[in-house]
Design a protein around this ligand. Structure first.
Ligand SMILES: NC(=O)c1ccc[n+]([C@@H]2O[C@H](COP(=O)([O-])OP(=O)(O)OC[C@H]3O[C@@H](n4cnc5c(N)ncnc54)[C@H](O)[C@@H]3O)[C@@H](O)[C@H]2O)c1
Length: 372
């Protein structure tokens, strides 16, 4: 039985680890079968049929009784809220925005989606956000046509400072995800201001750029994007690069495909790095792609699913926050994975490091931010 249990998916295993008393009626009024402990196949079936919401888990952190706060109820924040609601991984979403009227309207509109999901949504305060299990920060100015992400830092640093200050005291096990740009630098600042372990404060990083790359390769090969293992790493910005050396499809190195050998790789890199600006020039801002990426990270945390995602994490060896593949679970960043880079990719990575370190240090010194 134990051996079989270890082959179950993590989520099911977590649910199954503390079964309810058999024969009892759960919160939904469903009687738990008395066969629960008797046969492994029934146990698996029951664990799937009666998921965590009704039982506790080994870490007491499995999804559906949890609160997610989304700070910044604009285009990005509301998209993340809606897509997270649709996943049924949280019991409640709090929307926090300096524009109270706007946030209230957004919560009413989002609540209208409740016929097809069970996540409640309401307006909240910074203080309440500080007590949520997961906090997603999207508040702040966005890029205007022709403006780089780094140019947003002055405006968004002050907003971030106000938000983190207002959230104090932050619960010790909170996981905070930064989305506001420039995401790498603001993640570094949030790590220092929040007082939480760095592993609990990270940014959405190059996950969106990676999604753009896999969609591009998916079109090239006519293969589902979810089956393409390739990462954009480094800065979520101009100096980002594609880790071609470590990329694969179906276990075969991507660089061994003639279609990829023929590619102008710098052209591909630039088209991915500039895609946000292309969208902004057409419709003013981007929010669906980041909404999908950020809500899936909320899911990884709330389900403790240990997905590997390229995120803005603190990398001690280089002394800055930068995107590398990271394992995401209930505690935030559970580990950062080493990735084999080619010589040119390593040079590009160090270029991103240099840029981000310079900006981070300049900004921290300028504002007297103490390093944690
Ligand atoms: N990391 C990524 O991949 C990615 C992708 C897209 C957008 N973004 C960034 O997300 C941010 C938000 O973009 P958007 O399109 O939603 O902008 P938006 O203008 O639609 O929304 C921003 C919201 O922040 C609110 N806000 C401002 N100051 C606040 C404060 N002190 N407290 C609470 N709320 C405050 C505003 O009232 C507004 O509702 C921008 O910085 C943008 O660059 C990041």
């Amino acid at each position: 039985m134990l051996a079989l249990r270890s082959t179950l998916p993590r989520y099911v295993r977590a649910c199954y680890s503390r079964p309810p008393l058999t024969g009892q009626v759960n919160k939904l009024g469903v009687k738990i079968p008395s066969t629960f402990n008797q046969s492994s196949s029934t146990a698996i079936k029951v664990a799937i049929q009666y998921p965590c919401r009704h039982y506790t888990t080994d870490k007491e952190r499995c999804g559906t009784s949890k609160q997610v706060a989304v700070v910044g109820a604009g285009a990005v924040g509301s998209t993340i809220a809606l897509l997270t609601m649709m996943k049924n991984v949280a019991s409640e979403i709090l929307l926090v925005d300096q524009n109270g009227e706007f946030a209230l309207g957004q919560t009413w509109d989002l609540a209208d989606a409740n016929i097809v999901n069970s996540t409640k949504v309401r307006q909240g305060t910074y203080k309440e956000a500080g007590q949520s299990e997961v906090v997603v920060i999207t508040a702040g100015a966005k890029q205007q046509p022709g403006e780089s992400r780094q140019q947003l830092i002055d405006r968004n640093y002050h907003i971030l400072k106000e938000i983190i200050g207002g959230m104090q005291p932050i619960r010790k096990d909170a996981v905070i995800m930064l989305v506001t740009n420039p995401v790498d630098t603001l993640t570094l600042i949030a790590q220092n201001l929040s007082g939480l372990p760095r592993s609990q404060v990270f940014g959405s990083g190059t996950f969106l750029d990676t999604s753009r790359l896999t969609v591009y390769l998916s079109d090239l090969f006519d293969i589902s994007a979810s089956c393409i293992h390739a990462y954009v790493l480094g800065e979520h910005g101009d100096s980002q690069f594609i880790a071609w050396n470590a990329a694969s499809i179906g276990g075969r190195p991507l660089l061994s495909f003639p279609e990829v050998q023929k590619l102008d790789k710098e052209k591909v890199r630039l088209s991915i790095a500039n895609k946000a600006m292309d969208i902004i020039q057409h419709k003013g801002s981007t929010y669906y792609g980041i909404g999908a990426c950020a809500s899936s990270i909320c899911e990884s945390v709330l389900r403790n699913s240990m997905d590997i995602r390229p995120l803005s994490v603190y990398v001690k060896e280089v002394g800055t926050v930068i995107s590398l593949p990271a394992k995401v679970g209930a505690n935030g960043i559970e580990a950062t994975l080493p990735i084999p880079l080619g010589p040119e990719e390593h040079r590009q990575f160090m270029e991103s490091v240099k840029k981000l370190r310079e900006i981070g240090e300049r900004y921290e010194n300028l504002n007297g931010i103490e390093k944690s």
